[in-house]
Write a protein that binds this ligand. Structure first.
Ligand code: AKG
Length: 383
């Protein structure tokens, strides 16, 4: 492997620069720790057969995957996450060794696969070895744009045709045009009522730049979790990991999707995954007054017709619309009983009522529940 490829894959000058003892044997067991050590040596010793390292990496990933998906995600010991992340990077290196001859230049498809493998590692495991997965992804992205500039070319905004009728607003949420911070604090935080803020996002470059094609050009090769189905409360709802590019083709442009199945890239920390998108927005000052020093920042990206069922979040929310429009309905906490929260522990924060078509025989009190509503368009922000 030449120096440039080693550099792109973040392989240190000497293997000793990567600590091998990162796992607690008491948690992962002697066998897994032993297999990990062999994989580590095999992958970074370029005189060995890389296909052996690759199949050992696959086996270890499967093992770690099972551990990660047994029981509650929050109860999984962090050693399993670390194992998944570290093995993913070793798999990326082994894949590169299997797919390249060392003589001709590496085709962009190989770098795209490296990004996929590292993204999976990062999604499931976080990161190890000082952010090696994200560093490898950045280097691979740079390599792709150098080899094949068209993949990341500056896009044209594609025209979309709206066909979904959006609900009528019945009890409009109060609108404020750039309120002072003091006014905002009094109106929203003290009275605890929702507000629609106007004129706040005007300076965001995202408003003029973002479109499906722009997002594709920035992070089309990145893997993200996608919710399949119209609502997460539906029986046939599921989740899948796919690249953003595949998501845009199949679920935004509905290519190769004859039944027009709906999917939603929902509640995902996309802006950390794609820092260039993060540069197109700025945190509204009002957030500093919401008493959260470390706010979560999630993105929702979907086709027309996607629905987030009526639910409650543990934190206050600022919902900003950058593209398209969205009907939002809010119920006060005092109305909880009338919106019939699910009884299961998984969905306890979600209403059983389909707001668009409520079954008033099953949920009679829903008819009396008091709500406020609005349509969010790119220039407005609901707090
Ligand atoms: O925009 C959406 O579809 C849902 C947003 C949401 O659930 C939230 O802000 O908590």
């Amino acid at each position: 492997m030449n120096d440039e490829s080693r550099h792109c894959l973040c392989i240190p000058a000497t293997p000793e620069d990567l600590p091998i003892k990162i796992l607690d044997v008491n948690i992962v067991g002697n066998h897994v720790a032993g297999q990990f050590a062999v994989l580590f040596q095999q992958t970074l010793d370029f005189s060995t057969d890389a296909s052996l390292a690759l199949s050992r990496a696959e086996t270890l990933l499967l093992y770690a995957w099972q551990e990660l998906n047994t029981g509650k995600w929050s109860d999984v010991n962090f050693n399993w996450h670390k194992l998944y992340a570290a093995v993913s990077w070793l798999k990326a290196v082994a894949t590169f060794r299997c797919r390249t001859t060392g003589e001709s230049s590496t085709p962009p498809e190989v770098w795209l696969d490296i990004i996929k493998i590292c993204d999976m590692g990062h999604l499931m495991g976080g990161d190890v070895w000082e952010g090696i997965l994200l560093r490898t992804i950045s280097a691979a992205e740079a390599k792709i744009s150098e080899l094949s500039p068209a993949v990341f070319a500056e896009p044209q905004r594609k025209k979309r045709t709206e066909t979904v009728t959006i609900c009528d607003v019945l009890h409009p949420i109060e609108e404020l045009d750039r309120p002072s911070l003091a006014h905002f604090q009094a109106a929203f935080l003290r009275l605890k009522r929702p507000l629609m803020l106007k004129g706040i996002l005007e300076t965001w470059p995202a408003l003029s730049k973002w479109s499906p094609e722009y997002v594709r050009s920035i992070c089309g090769s990145r893997t993200v979790p996608v919710e399949l189905g119209k609502r997460y409360t539906d029986e046939d709802w599921g989740q899948e990991l796919m690249t953003i590019s595949a998501f845009i083709d199949k679920y935004i442009y509905m290519l190769d999707n004859p039944d027009k199945k709906i999917a939603y890239l929902a509640q995902h920390d996309l802006l950390s995954q794609a820092p260039l998108l993060r540069d197109d927005i700025s945190m509204p000052d009002y957030i500093a007054f919401a008493g959260d020093d470390d706010p979560d920042m999630n993105a929702w990206f979907g086709p027309e017709g996607t629905v987030s069922p009526l639910h409650h979040d543990p934190k206050d929310n600022f919902l900003c619309q950058v593209f398209g429009e969205k009907y939002v309905r809010l119920y006060e906490e005092s109305e909880s009983e009338k919106v019939y929260p699910h009884e299961s522990t998984m969905l306890f924060n979600t209403s059983q009522v389909d707001v668009e078509d409520p079954d008033l025989e099953r949920f009679p009190k829903f008819a009396e529940a008091v709500f406020s509503d609005c349509i969010l368009r790119p220039e407005k922000l609901a707090g």
